[in-house]
Design a protein. Structure first.
Length: 94
């Protein structure tokens, strides 16, 4: 069997065969979750401290740290990113 090499799109979900809109939503969710996890780590917060600041339960922090992205809607991640102090913006794709 011959291995085929494909050029990467920059969106792993698109490369895995998801539809364009689904792939972009999944990418946004993954990126925001990674940013929140990094913020918690960079701040040196305990799960209890992070939960208090982000106004969620410690079990939600556990899900976040463990990368359980399927447990977070895009809207829920937007709220967490804002509570971390990030400002979101949109730009039109080329």
């Amino acid at each position: 069997m011959k291995n085929e090499i494909h050029e990467l799109s920059g969106n792993v979900f698109l490369d895995l065969g998801y539809a364009d809109d689904d792939a972009e939503i999944l990418r946004l969710r993954a990126d925001m979750m990674a940013e929140v996890r990094k913020w918690v780590s960079d701040q040196g917060l305990t799960p209890a401290e992070a939960a208090k600041i982000l106004q969620v339960s410690q079990s939600r922090i556990f899900d976040l740290v463990c990368g359980n992205w399927e447990k977070f809607s895009l809207e829920a991640l937007v709220v967490l990113v804002i509570r971390c102090g990030f400002k979101l913006s949109l730009s039109k794709a080329a």
